[in-house]
Design a binder for this molecule. Sequence first.
Ligand SMILES: [Zn+2]
Ligand SMILES: [Zn+2]
Length: 176
Amino acid sequence: MTQIPNRIMILTERKKKRSSWNKGKKLSEKHRLKLSIAHQGNVGYWRGKKRPDISEKLSGIIRPKEVGRKISESLKGRKHSEEWKEKIRGEKNPNWKGGVSFNYRQGYKKQQMKWRNAILERDDWVCQGCKKRGGKLCAHHIKDWKDYPNLRFNLNNGITLCKECHQLEHKSRLNN
Ligand SMILES: [Zn+2]
Ligand SMILES: [Zn+2]
């Protein structure tokens, strides 16, 4: 009958050891979650228990993969034509800006808007052709922005024109 006390002794001994091993090494929540993820293959473990947000995390991981697989599958049947490949590379794409970054183009657009607004404001939103105020106004480049790139954002090279006058201006330019 001395067996039982001995077993208890051993168990308490083990407990002591374990607790001393754990001293100062309390498992962090993250680590614990990792461990529980590692054990999730054991379905019985989760039976009747509410799983932590693992399923949410997993769905977030699986979904993009699934979408990617579906896209690559749909592309598999499609033979890439030379033209299509070039489109992707962009070299023959008319919109290709020779690798100019998106941010640069955005900055350019902003600058263009700024210049336009400055011209309209200076001319008090009055068409300098027919002196009509308001409506659809354009900031027209007196010297063509194509031929004078360094005058593109020069306020002296801009004039406010209404849509009609602007069209007339460009037509007369073509006829000259
Ligand atoms: Zn113009
Ligand atoms: Zn006008």
